[in-house]
Design a protein. Structure first.
Length: 325
């Protein structure tokens, strides 16, 4: 296998397309805490790099462990995944998991001791999700949401004010909880998926309102609240069941919207430059196949699957291909 092909296999195994969502979650906590403690946040700025590296290692471990645990199930339901497709041996997968876990543990001593609690909580939630409660109706989504909460709180703790990052952490963790819950409903073809979507929008609106109304230093609070609620609402409307779209399309799209949520929060805390980076990350995370299909439809050419332009028969990543489920 070529070097490029090997990198592609590992990228799929670790689901690296959505790795930057962990970075923007961490940055959200740091920016929220910085808004109330600028002096200490300036001291912690050099520590952002090892913190980003640590959450990257944890993300890779969690995603890889998810594939490892589901290798037998994927042999039937998702045979294109690296392990069942024999693109990655089980021994190599174990080495990759061990390396990512060792990297996470090696980076923690570079962070202040106060970061041990949120970092340890994130690791515990990952282990619980991947090896114990993933398929439980509520415990699985709760564990996945807790990972996101701990990552945001890690950023806040790094800047010395974790309490200032609590509300953004709950907003982002709640998003992760409902998307994971939706993914379970979607995989098992249950009828409650639309209810999950409606609750997701409600959750954003309820948790976001205090940020916009009570963060007095913010110039962008109310526009950010209106903006991200509108984006999520439009996303739900656009992602209604389409027979041509495979299972997992909404799950992946919802996980990508973490970039938009983080960007809106960055605006709320007067950080427009990092909000712009979140928007760029959102645009770059779009599946290449979808971008090509949209380009073909714009040019009026037929899709490779034989569908007519505008038929919506575009290739989307499945939940197992790109999502945390």
């Amino acid at each position: 296998m070529s070097i490029r092909g090997s990198l592609g296999v590992w990228s799929s195994f670790f689901r690296l397309r959505l790795l930057p969502t962990a970075w923007t979650n961490l940055a959200t906590g740091w920016i929220a805490a910085s808004s109330v403690g600028a002096e200490r946040s300036a001291e912690s700025l050099p520590l952002l790099l090892p913190a980003l590296a640590a959450v990257s290692a944890l993300y890779c471990f969690g995603m890889g462990a998810n594939d490892w645990r589901d290798r037998s199930r994927d042999a039937v339901g998702a045979p294109h995944r690296p392990i069942p497709a024999r693109l990655l041996s089980e021994a190599a997968a174990r080495r990759g998991l061990l390396l990512s876990l060792v990297a996470f543990g090696s980076l923690l001593p570079l962070l202040p001791a106060r970061c041990a609690l949120p970092a340890g909580g994130a690791l515990l939630a990952v282990l619980l999700y991947d090896f114990l409660v993933k398929d439980r109706a509520w415990l699985g989504p709760l564990a996945m949401g807790s990972v996101r909460v701990c990552v945001v709180l890690l950023g806040g703790t790094l800047a010395g004010a974790p309490e200032a990052a609590l509300l953004p952490a709950l907003l982002i963790g709640g998003h992760g909880l409902w998307v994971t819950r939706y993914s379970l409903e979607e995989e098992q073809a249950r009828p409650r998926v639309l209810r999950c979507r409606a609750r997701l929008v409600l959750l954003h609106s309820v948790l976001a309102a205090p940020l916009a109304l009570h963060h007095d230093a913010s110039t962008f609070g109310l526009p950010a609240l209106l903006g991200w609620t509108l984006l999520v609402g439009l996303g739900v409307r656009a992602e209604r069941e389409r027979p041509s779209r495979p299972p997992g399309a909404f799950t992946f799209a919802s996980l990508r919207r973490l970039f938009l949520l983080d960007g809106a929060l960055h605006l709320t805390y007067n950080s427009p430059h990092s909000a712009l980076l979140c928007l760029v990350a959102y645009l770059l995370s779009a599946p290449r196949s979808s971008r090509r299909a949209r380009s073909r439809r714009a040019e009026g050419s037929p899709s490779p699957g034989g569908g007519s332009p505008g038929s919506g028969a575009t290739a989307e990543p499945s939940a197992k291909e790109e999502s945390a489920g």
